[in-house]
Design a protein around this ligand. Structure first.
Ligand code: ADP
Length: 318
């Protein structure tokens, strides 16, 4: 990958507190214009990583670059180009969303007031808060506050948006709204966000990094992580009839790695679980092999799709 296509790159980034390792040899690579989901259970080290990236804390060893700037001593240059949403954004409750954004925007722009107002309205519209923009934040829901936080982080046209658990502790609708906004932002910026909710990652990320106890145990495009699963694909077939020869016959095929069968409650029914190493070959030949020379009736045939959840649980529990 060309350097100019990389937004975040860390090299053996390590953080230790009082001799306890919180983050160990992290090598992250985040591509321009991607949505990168940084996934891991609570306490895995996600917030620590984010704090290191934006220069709120210093690494014990290793380092990293954002837009080619060193995270250790060029964080001012980095911060000028990023937007950041902390895990628990805090607002002055008596202010309105428009006032909060106006306050933030004045940090960044010295241009004419109507330009600033235009940007503020754009951001309010983006996060669907235009109709509430002039009411005090006091009355906002958790999801609305989080959306306001995103608008605030986006106000200075950042090239990278860093969101710490943007959808956590929201009700399902609040979460869905936040995720929807994140997908919309894809065209404007690169997004790096942390979460412990697998479902969110599956909905809106291009790439994921999975962190476990301070170590990155998988990283890459979601499809690649799903493809690199250890097991082959599994076909589950419900059959009726004499299966005495089926197991041997299938195991004989090069593309079959394992065959299991279970007798179902209706004694004539069996569930065959056939693990294969070559999905295409299996799709072409499996049914034919099952019925060849066997008096079998197939009542159900399905290929099991692996979900990221299966992989995640396996990786994290391993
Ligand atoms: P996550 O964001 O994935 O939930 P954190 O990065 O917040 O995880 O925390 C990772 C680990 O580092 C936790 O065990 C936490 O207790 C520890 N930790 C975080 N900050 C400090 C600190 N300032 N001093 C000591 N330990 C800390």
């Amino acid at each position: 990958m060309h350097e100019s296509e990389i937004v975040i790159k860390t090299t053996n980034l390590t953080k230790t507190y009082n001799g306890v390792s919180v983050l160990k040899d992290l090598n992250l690579l985040v591509e321009k214009h991607s949505i990168f989901g940084f996934l891991g259970p609570n306490g895995a080290g996600k917030t620590t990583t984010i704090k290191l990236l934006i220069g709120l804390i210093q690494p014990t060893a290793g380092g990293g670059k954002i837009f080619g700037y060193n995270i250790k001593n060029e964080s001012m240059k980095i911060r000028a180009r990023i937007g950041y949403l902390p895990q628990e954004p805090v607002f002055y409750d008596h202010l309105s969303a428009r006032e909060v954004l106006d306050f933030t925007a004045r940090f960044f722009f010295s241009g004419p007031k109507n330009e600033i107002d235009k940007r503020i309205s754009e951001m309010l519209e983006l996060v669907a808060l235009l109709d509430k923009a002039d009411r005090p934040i006091r009355g906002y829901s958790g999801g609305e506050k989080r959306r306001l936080g995103i608008a605030q982080a986006m106000i200075n046209y950042p090239d990278l948006l860093i969101l710490d658990e943007p959808a956590t502790s929201l009700d399902p609708i609040g979460r869905q709204d936040v995720l929807k906004i994140m997908s919309k932002l894809r065209e404007h910026t690169t997004i790096f966000y942390s979460t412990h909710i697998l479902d969110d990652v599956q909905k809106v990320s291009d790439s994921v990094g999975i962190l476990k106890k301070g170590q990155l145990i998988a990283q890459g495009p979601i499809e690649e992580i799903l493809r690199n699963k250890e097991e082959g694909t599994i076909f589950r077939v419900k059959v009726q009839g004499d299966i005495s020869k089926v197991q041997e016959q299938l195991t004989f095929q090069k593309w079959v790695s394992k065959v299991n069968f279970t007798q179902l409650s209706d004694e004539r029914d069996y569930l065959l679980e056939i693990e294969v190493s070559d999905e295409d070959k299996a799709q072409q030949n499996l049914i034919r092999e099952l019925t060849r020379g066997n008096d079998l009736k197939i009542s159900d045939f399905r290929q099991q799709e692996y979900e990221l959840e299966d992989i995640f649980i396996k990786l994290v529990e391993a």
